[in-house]
Structure formats: C-alpha cells, structure tokens
Design a protein around this ligand. Sequence first.
Ligand code: 3PG
Ligand code: CO
Length: 630
Amino acid sequence: MAPSPFTKPPGPVALIVLDGVGLAPSSPYNAWAVAATPTLDALTAGELPTGVPTTAGAAVLTTTLAASGRAVGLREPGDAGNSEVGHVTLGAGRVLRQAAAAIDDGLAGGRFREGDVWRWLMEAVGEQQQGGAGGGEGGEGAPPAAEAGTAGPDDQDGTAGGDGEEGGQRPPATLHLLGLLSDGGVHAVMDHVWTLLDAAVADGVRRIRLHVLTDGRDVGERTALGFLDQLDAKLAAIRDGADGNVDVAVASGGGRMAVTMDRYGTDWGVVAAGWHAHVAGDTETVAAFPSAAAAVKAAYKDGLNDQHIPAFVVVDPDGRPVGRMADGDAVVLWNYRGDRAVEMARALDTPAGEEWPHFDRRHVPRVRFAGMTVYDEEEGVPDAALVSPVAVDQPVGEVVAAAGLTRLCVAESKKFGHLTYFFNGHRGTPFDPSVEEYVKVDSLPGRDEDHPAMATEAVVERVLDAVQGRDGRVPDLLCINFANGDMCGHTGVMAAAVAGMETLDAALARLLSAVVGAGGVAVVTADHGNVEQMAELDEDSGVVAGDTPGGWAPLTAHTTAAVPLWVVGAPVGGMAIDGGARWDAGTPGGDPTCDGPGIANVSAAVLHLLGLESPDEYLPSVLVEAKKEA
Ligand code: 3PG
Ligand code: CO
C-alpha cells in the first residue's frame, strides 16, 4: 500500500468527470473553444474561476492526462478512448487489458471453439444437427460450464412458431449473429465477426443469419454502406468456399440509437424495435426491404444518419422475412461492451413465461443464446458467454467503502452506469450501502441535439444539496459525471455541442464554488475526448471538406485527445503535480507511446486526498506533496 502524503480536507473530495471533453487547439470545429466557457478558461490558465471562494488560499493545479490507446488498455495506440474504458481506468487506478483486447485473446487461435459455450451452441446448429431433420429443438441440456466460467442456460421455453418462412418449409437450424457492424472498437469490431463466421462454417453450420446494427457514432456518421460491403464480400467468400452448402444472409437491422442498443433503461422501446426486427422478423410493424443496403439508402433519403436508421427486416422477393429466429436456433451477440448489450441479452435470456415487464415480446423462440462476454457481471447476464470478462479488484469505490468513508455518486440516466458499474470495476450496486448512495437523475427523452443542456441542472442541484449537508452528513467523496460534452459531441451538431459546453461550464462553476467553499477539493478531469473535435480531420491534410455550413464533415465519434486534470481547493497549497508520473510505470521495458501521466494516475490521488492509502496495484499518484522550500 502507498501511504497518503495528505491530510483529509474538512470538506468533500469531488471527482468530477466531464464526459467527452478533451484538449485540442482552438479551431472553428472545437466546440469547447467556440463556446463561452469562462470557468474552463480560468482553470486552463491555472486560475480560480470567478465566484470560487479564494479564502484559505484556494488554488488550482493543472496538467494533462492520456486517455486513449494503450494508456487505457485498448488494442492499438491510436484507438480513441471511450467512457467504459475511461471510467474503468479512473476507478481501477491501473491500466487493464480492456474488453476488446481481452476478447482478441479469448478468440485467438480458435480457443473459444473448444469451450463449452461454443460447443453447446454448435450442438444445436452445427454439423451433427444439420445431418438430422433440420431445425431440431436444440435439446434440453445446458452447457456444464461456460468458457467464461458461467453456466449456460436451459433452453428457453416458448410456444411453437417463428417458422413458416421460405415457402413454409422449416429451415435448418440457424446460427444468428447479432451486433454492431462497425470497426469503431467501442462496442464491437469486425474481425470478431469474421472469426465467428469462420468458426461456424468450420463447425458445420449450414445456415447463418446476421442482424446488423449500423453505427455512425463511433465511426463516420454515414459509413454503414462501406461496412455492409465488407460484410457482403465476406459472405460471398463463404458461399464460394462452401460450394453453395452454406446459406448465409443478412436478415434484419437498424441504427444503434433506434434499435436494440438502449442503455441504462433509458428507452426499452429501442430494444423492443430490435426484438420485433431480429427475433420476430415482423413485417407488420417493421419496415421490410430487399437488403440491408436498401434500408440504409432509404433512411439517408429521409435525412437520417446511421445511428438513427429505423429497424428493418430483410425479405425475399415474395415479401417473406429471410431470417426469423426459431425454436432450436442459436444466437450470439457479438458486442463486447455491456451497457448497450445487456438489455437485448436479458430479453433473449429470459424464457417465455418468466416475468418480463419491459415490452411485449409476443413470441419467445427456444434458442440457445450466448454473449461475446458477460455484460452484467453481478447478475450474470447472459448465462452463457464466449470469453471471460476482465476482473478488477480493489477499485476506488471499494477502498473508500472499506475505510468507512461515505460516497455519493450522481449522474443522469444516459451515463449512470459509467459512474457506478464501470467506475466500480463492473459492479452496479454499492459495496456497502450504509456508506454509499448512487443517484440516477432522469435524462430527458429524445435526442440530445434538441436539449443540449440535458439533465445537468438536476445533477448539480442534487450534488449541491449534499454539499450543503441537507442529507445530514456531507459525503466524504462525491463522484459526478456531466454528460453534455460527450452526448452533444455525438450528435455531430456544432450548435448543440457549443450549447452543451456552455451548460457544463456554468454547472462546473456552481459545483466548484460549493465544494471549495465547504473546505473541500475538486478533482476535475474527463474520460476521453469528443466535443473538442467536431470535424473529421484527415491526418495528412488537416480538415476534410464536407457539405456542412462550416465546410467540414461532422465527426460524431470520440477522439484520441488527452484530457485535462484540474485539482482545485485550499488543500492544494501543499501539493504538486508529479512531473515524472507515467501511466506505463511498472510496465516491463515501458511503453514507447507513453509520455507522461494518464487517467489511471488519478485514482491514487483521489484516495490520497481522502487520507487513504492506495493499493499496491495502483499506478503512482499524479499528485504529490509539494517540496518544501529549503
Ligand atoms: C455510445 O455508446 O454512446 C458510444 O459508442 C460511446 O460513448 P461513451 O463511451 O461515451 O458512452
Ligand atoms: Co461517448
């Protein structure tokens, strides 16, 4: 354990995450630079913002932190950061191999094919099954133990139905692959899909259906047709390689923000839309198209971008859906990030007849379902997963609770699990409810470009209540996430991003005044960049020309930007930024991409500010005792 060099301040320690607010030079497409942000400007200059009490010598310490690529455990140095890895890293105090990379390891060399979960899926849809009557019931058995150390589910119970496509013949047992078709690397990557397809074909699956969600949020906003082309080429190669023995096609899909990928229970209607498209192939309620590309092109004509494409079902020339899910089928969800995968996983994992309050699933086919990994580790959802999740021991929240200190977490719904499930190392509930309170402030329904202020005001009010002691005892640690930078950045709408930053700036001013005024210290940082770059930039030539009024193509995705760190309050007088802190500390041979501290170096600082020791696994704190003048 590393001892704290500091004495706990009389007021709270506040960890304030400005979601998606990275550092970039001033430009017309940097929404932070364009917005009026007097609070952030003062902090950047190392000065106390107007209104923050200067009593007792309050001051600001500042530095920049790496928040992308290897600094947060991603696959490649150039991978943009994201909220999952950012919050996991801020909570873990070390650089962990994150899901995308861990899945690579789990799939490498076909290792997963030997695992119980894959074999259990193949029992239903692989070689031995296809030799029989076709479309068997999938058996009653559950896999003894999953690759992920989780048990597989019993086959789901359901009423007969879901067949009848393709001329009334029951098709052979089918493997359905569902997920985000993108190389964004936040929720999914394409080469995992190729691996699953190749493994299925090698294991004798003869009928495969894909249900594809278009992205436009972690990648360019109209890139879906390119990804569909790549998929088509892969499917054509499979058909050719199998001499026509493998029937593989895209069966349904839709844009990720409209279909399937809701998170934190913000809008279950999104999951319902996905269910009716992917599972039921319901052409009564879901638009039918001859191909996924036709659905995408129709949405573009309506002015929609990839993230918002409505649900669609692919139909044959007679108008029949090409790939409903039926009894005896197997389903794999290839997304690896839990927040936007767990709701559909629950829907597929909950048998007919069990309580399901979220929407009317109508018919629930008996399928064998596995996730790429476990999406909710506390509740074990789904029952079966192909690759084990990465364990995180002793995250900040656990250390604080074990010390008996109190903690309040406040975020709006759209970011709530980031600050709880991810920050807590995949745990959504308090370590010790007697000292922790997690408050979810309702997000506003609809699109963020229509209300860029989001629910920030309500978040601030809730925190101010706590700082002013209205809960009885002022919490020792406050964890707050402000969503505006990221969520408005994802819209690609500059005006929304600017308005979001102005809301954020005003909110931060109020919080800093309250925390510093109460004798506390605020640690303000971000999980990754987004809003500071609203235009697609070409690495070589600079700005990419586009057809927006500004003449550039909107960037909806995150960036590789470094993020700010500001430590604000009276206690910082005795503190200094450790100029030698590095995120690769302890990495044998170091990491050539490291040139200073990363967000992983913040966690020990938070514990030390609370007067607590940091666990040995943590990276050195970016905050050290100031050297006394000789
Ligand atoms: C999303 O899920 O909205 C984006 O893919 C990533 O955004 P986040 O990492 O900031 O949540
Ligand atoms: Co984001």
